[in-house]
Design a protein around this ligand. Structure first.
Ligand code: FAD
Length: 460
């Protein structure tokens, strides 16, 4: 079998670099594919799928390498790495982006579109790959207005389990499109080209920032829940428990100690007036008198926003991430959030309350679990000796939220450690039916779950 790209077998020099190099999280799992194929063409992907079948290997897929758990790395598999497939163009309609699977959302797609006056609800961090991100839903910039990124997939080209290249849209192979909108790492084909709906680029991206001491958590949550209920879809409100010393608004020696509460809200609108209106729900609340810093309707730009995210998620570090959806009131949530927010065990660790308040209906798609508020936490450290300690701490802290939980988002989950419901039962069942029809021999590796368990249910 010949490839335009490179195939690296386990016995080859350079195998460890090929296995780990493209992975964002330094905490690379101890799983070893038999070979890693760096595809240079769609034909390579087809040949890789056929080679795996011939050799009795399963197929793992990697695009941007940003899944926290490096899901594509699997024993007994051929890992197809798509990072070299980075085509990028705008269709003749001037609105549909044609995007290779290896493209990075903030680093490549966003600036390409911005230069053409367009935008896509891409991930918040610049280097996240579009493919893994879209497949699991994709919670990105202006997501409350533009929806989950997967809702903006118009069509895809896909290599199926028998190595065929097919086109999928609402009218053709629509089961493959339905599943790609939410299956995440359980997808059972390789997406080799995306056709994405884009939107006019907002002309006045704006931000609001408020900082409070951690002891104001109860009041801050009441204020945030109240604002969320009144906010328009262009407001994206996030309360983070973040290290005070890392905040840009305080001079030397003035930064608050330890972790504090930061409301960072964005509104990607077209004018200052629209920004003022979008942030208005945040402008009232008794807690505001305790703010250590406050500013609203301040212009920002996407480069600045991406830069902040890159600082929060530094490269070369070890991570554990977990999340939970909740419909709890502020009063119900506060006592359960407190141990997570107050107990963050490292300086760089952070946790978020993300006001989501989804619309009552979405298109029919695999993605099917979300709630009023998204809580996620990210522990960040450097020493491998701390791996188990901080990963277990996070699992324990998230278990404390389970009584008010309503499922999880695949993007920040670790189902091998703490399985959660991320699809409705009906969607999970339909996904399994489509998988059985499209990949009856289970060539593709599928979800990571505890041994003998299913990922789409909470354990214990
Ligand atoms: C720093 C950081 C910030 C993040 N920010 C956000 C955010 O703002 N919003 C959000 O929603 N998520 C976010 N995430 C989560 C991220 O979107 C997911 O982890 C996503 O899976 C990453 O996609 P990837 O292609 O980079 O990852 P990969 O690890 O390459 O892929 C993940 C999995 O997706 C599947 N897959 C990937 N490409 C293909 C393909 N072409 N065909 C078939 N299957 C494929 C495979 O199963 C693969 O194992 C963030 C993650 C990190 C590390």
């Amino acid at each position: 079998m010949t490839f335009h790209g490179t195939i690296v077998w386990r016995c080859d020099d350079g195998y460890e670099d090929a296995r780990c190099g493209p992975i964002f999280n330094e905490r690379v799992p101890d799983r070893h594919p038999d070979a890693i194929l760096f595809a240079e063409s769609i034909a390579d992907v087809q040949a890789g799928v056929r080679l795996a079948r011939e050799r009795g290997l399963r197929v793992g897929v990697r695009s941007g390498g940003h899944s926290w758990g490096a899901w594509g790395l699997r024993d007994g598999a051929l890992l197809v790495d798509l990072s070299r497939l980075t085509e990028l163009s705008l269709a003749e309609d001037g609105e549909t982006a044609i995007v290779g699977p290896g493209v990075r959302g903030g680093l490549q797609l966003a600036p390409f579109l911005r230069q053409r006056g367009r935008a896509f609800p891409g991930g918040h961090c610049p280097r996240v790959g579009v493919s893994g991100y879209i497949l699991q839903g994709g919670q990105g910039w202006n997501g409350r207005k533009w929806g989950w990124a997967c809702e903006s997939v118009v069509a895809m080209d896909v290599v199926t389990a028998d190595g065929e290249l097919v086109h999928a849209s609402e009218n053709e192979n629509s089961d493959l499109l339905w599943a790609a909108r939410g299956a995440g790492p359980g997808y059972f084909a390789v997406v080799v080209r995306w056709y994405l709906r884009t939107y006019p680029a907002p002309r006045f991206p704006a931000q609001a920032n408020y900082v409070f001491p951690m002891e104001r958590l109860d009041e801050v949550l009441r204020w945030a829940h109240d604002a969320l209920a009144r906010a328009g879809p262009e407001l994206e409100p996030v309360v983070a428990a973040a290290w005070g010393g890392a905040l840009p608004w305080f001079g030397p020696g003035e930064a608050p100690d330890g972790h504090v509460l930061v409301m960072h809200a964005t509104a990607l609108v077209d004018s200052q007036e629209e920004a003022v209106a979008a942030f208005a729900p945040l402008a009232r609340g008794a807690v505001l008198e305790h703010a250590l810093h406050r500013e609203s309707a301040v212009p920002t730009d996407m480069d600045e926003e991406y830069a902040v995210q890159a600082v929060m998620n530094p490269e070369g570090h070890r991570y554990a991430a977990d999340c939970i959806w909740t419909n709890a009131t502020a009063e119900e949530l506060a006592p359960r959030l407190r141990p997570l927010f107050e107990g963050l065990p490292t300086e760089k660790a952070f946790a978020i309350w993300y006001g989501w308040n989804p619309p009552a209906t979405r298109p029919d798609m695999a993605f099917s679990v979300e709630a009023n508020v998204y809580v996620a936490a990210y522990v960040v450290w450097e020493d491998a000796a701390d791996d188990e300690r901080w990963a277990s701490w996070l699992t324990g802290a998230m278990r404390g939220l389970e009584p008010v939980g309503a499922g999880a988002y695949t993007g920040d989950s670790d189902f091998a450690r703490r399985p959660e419901r991320f699809l409705s039962d009906a969607a999970f069942e339909r996904l399994e039916e489509i998988r059985s029809a499209r990949d009856p021999e289970r060539l593709f590796v599928g979800y990571l779950a505890p041994p003998g368990g299913t990922p789409n249910v909470r354990s214990g």
